[in-house]
Design a protein around this ligand. Structure first.
Ligand code: FAD
Ligand code: DLZ
Ligand code: SF4
Length: 508
């Protein structure tokens, strides 16, 4: 009897275990665009378009490769509306008794697939460098699950950037050399553009018609939708941006939304590129003397380190991870996260580019929008819902640990060894936003002062019990306690006024 091989929207890799296990002559591939997946969060319009376009392209490629593919478009009349519904319909159509798939990247779907009458066999998703089992073995018995130690083990295991038993260049970590603010670079090669062929244009039109109220715009859509385009994006990054990636990875510029970032997260998360080939390409540039170690190490750390690590944590911690709220933050997400209507220049820039590109780079996510939400005490569930909705690369296995863990400290410190907070001074140092802002970054309190400044101390003050004993935050408490009573009062009062405005839905 034939088996159905289900390929989900973020499993677009010919080398995945489910396709490898199948038999082209006997089995049938099923792919389906369904409302349930399109609406579990309010996906950015560009993310919907990318998913459907990349799925359609991949289905064509599988057919060309000799597979029989049953593909359901979103608007097909007989569409059952959910993945499980489509599996059941197609199983009956071809007389299959079993569905074979890679385990989805979300607890929601894993649990659904395990609890339905139709038999769905979930194979371990082997498109990662570190399997879930390998990660669990690493984590076993450890008091603290710090990324750095995991990453070093992965370096040793893969041999990436190793010279025998030693790290290439003699150091594991070049972060100290990698925190430079950037200057506008008028000579940088512009990002590659990807042609909008008929397939892509059809999908863009469908998303515009079917999801008119979703967040985001479609005009600037320029994401790789196929393996060939993803390869071009990787090549471009290695040739033009890798050299400067390290030093400027934390920098932000108002008129340069992409800087030296790779824009490869959606390709990786969809399966158009493998993490190993991306790391290998970066390493090859280093070995050939075409890129310096601090950039190559900084880049490989993000993929071999952070990306593999957060996935390990998500599946290790279990389905309740996303509902944790260690700091008991309860405030509603301000409306300006959707509208970009705020006088804070940094927030406005990060949110506006998120709306227009479905993209903001790591430091914008962590130290601008994430930082503000944490300082203002926003409910981490609502913060996660926002990040899951608005980014081109958002899938819960990677979004949740970054948001709940690294950014919002909602997991109580499983991922972050301290709260990632800063006042306006950090944003001022790393960006050029403050010059054009309605607020004064140098003012510590008062109506005109940068909101990050007073909210920072409000956070420190209200969370004393949790963070005072944290070695990495001790100095901050010493600084707070040294300030005289009136200064502290003025800051707290300013912060309270901002929070009251947020609660009233007033513009800030
Ligand atoms: P580059 O800066 O060029 O980095 C190279 C690659 O490293 C990325 O493509 C990505 O695959 C990987 N990477 C870098 N940082 C991380 C990280 N912290 N965790 C996992 N992988 C990383 N990344 C997602 O892929 N999906 C998400 O939903 C997501 N949500 C985030 C939410 C918050 C609050 C924060 C702080 C970060 C989040 N990130 C997420 C991580 C990171 O911001 C993005 O991976 C990165 O900005 C993607 O842009 P890029 O491809 O240009 O990355
Ligand atoms: C993100 C997404 C969207 C928008 N639509 C679909 C879809 O219609 N069909 C599908 O198979 N997958 C889709 N996906 C990706 C899934 O939601 C993804 O597999 C899970 O979030 C697990 O990572
Ligand atoms: Fe952001 Fe404050 Fe600078 Fe304005 S002054 S851009 S709010 S950090």
């Amino acid at each position: 009897k034939p088996c159905l091989i289900a390929v989900l929207g973020d499993q677009l890799s010919p080398e995945g275990a489910a396709l490898r296990a199948g038999d082209k002559a006997r089995d049938v591939v099923v792919m389906a665009e369904v409302r349930e997946e399109a609406t579990y969060t309010g996906h950015h319009k560009q993310k919907l378009a990318l998913t459907f376009a990349a799925m359609r392209r991949f289905a064509d490629e599988l057919e060309r490769d000799g597979w029989r593919v049953l593909y359901t478009k979103l608007t097909d009349a007989e569409n059952a509306g959910s993945l499980v519904g489509e599996f059941a319909r197609r199983a009956e159509e071809v007389g299959a008794e079993e569905v074979l798939t890679l385990a989805p990247g979300e607890w929601r779907l894993r649990e659904t697939f395990d609890s339905v009458p139709i038999k769905i066999r979930q194979l371990p998703d082997d498109r990662f460098i570190c399997s879930e089992k390998r990660f669990a073995d690493w984590a076993k018995g450890r008091k603290e699950l710090r990324m750095e130690w995991f990453y070093r083990e992965m370096r040793r295991e893969t041999g990436l950037l190793m010279e025998g038993d030693d790290p290439a260049g003699g150091t594991w970590n070049y972060d100290k050399e990698n925190r430079k603010p950037a200057q506008p670079d008028l000579f940088r090669e512009p990002a590659p553009t990807f042609r909008k062929d008929t397939l892509v244009q059809e999908v863009l039109d469908m998303v515009a018609a079917e999801f008119p109220d979703n967040f985001g715009t479609l005009e600037e859509f320029n994401w790789p939708v196929s393996r060939a385009q993803a390869e071009r994006a990787l090549k471009h990054f290695i040739s033009h941006n890798l050299c400067d990636f390290g030093p400027y990875q934390d920098a932000m510029l108002e008129d340069d939304r992409l800087l030296y970032h790779s824009l490869l997260s959606s390709c990786l998360n969809l399966g158009l590129l493998t993490p190993r080939e991306v790391c290998d390409a970066a390493e090859a540039a280093y070995r050939a003397g075409r890129a310096p170690i601090q950039s190559v190490e900084g880049f490989i750390r993000q993929i071999l380190g952070w990306r593999e690590y957060v996935r390990g944590i998500y599946f290790l911690e279990g389905p309740d991870y996303t509902s944790r709220n260690a700091l008991n933050h309860k405030r509603d997400l301000p409306w300006f996260y959707w509208s970009a209507e705020t006088d804070m220049a940094c927030m406005k820039a990060a949110i506006a580019q998120t709306r227009d590109l479905a993209y903001a780079h790591h430091i914008q996510r962590l130290m601008v929008t994430g930082n503000f939400a944490l300082l203002a005490g926003i409910d981490p569930r609502q913060v996660q819902d926002w990040y899951l909705a608005v980014y081109i690369d958002a899938y819960e296995w990677v979004e949740a640990p970054n948001t709940a863990g690294m950014s919002q400290f909602a997991d109580g410190g499983v991922i972050a060894s301290k709260a990632y907070i800063s006042s306006g001074a950090y944003i001022d140092k790393m960006s050029d936003y403050c010059g054009g802002c309605a607020y004064a970054v140098t003012a510590k309190d008062g109506e005109n002062s940068c909101p990050f400044n007073s909210l920072y101390w409000h956070f420190i003050d209200r969370h004393r019990a949790r963070f005072e004993g944290n070695a990495r935050m001790k100095l901050v408490y010493r600084n707070w306690d040294k300030q005289d009573e009136a200064t502290r009062e003025a800051k707290l009062k300013t912060a309270e006024a901002i929070l009251a405005k947020l609660d009233a839905g007033a513009r800030i």
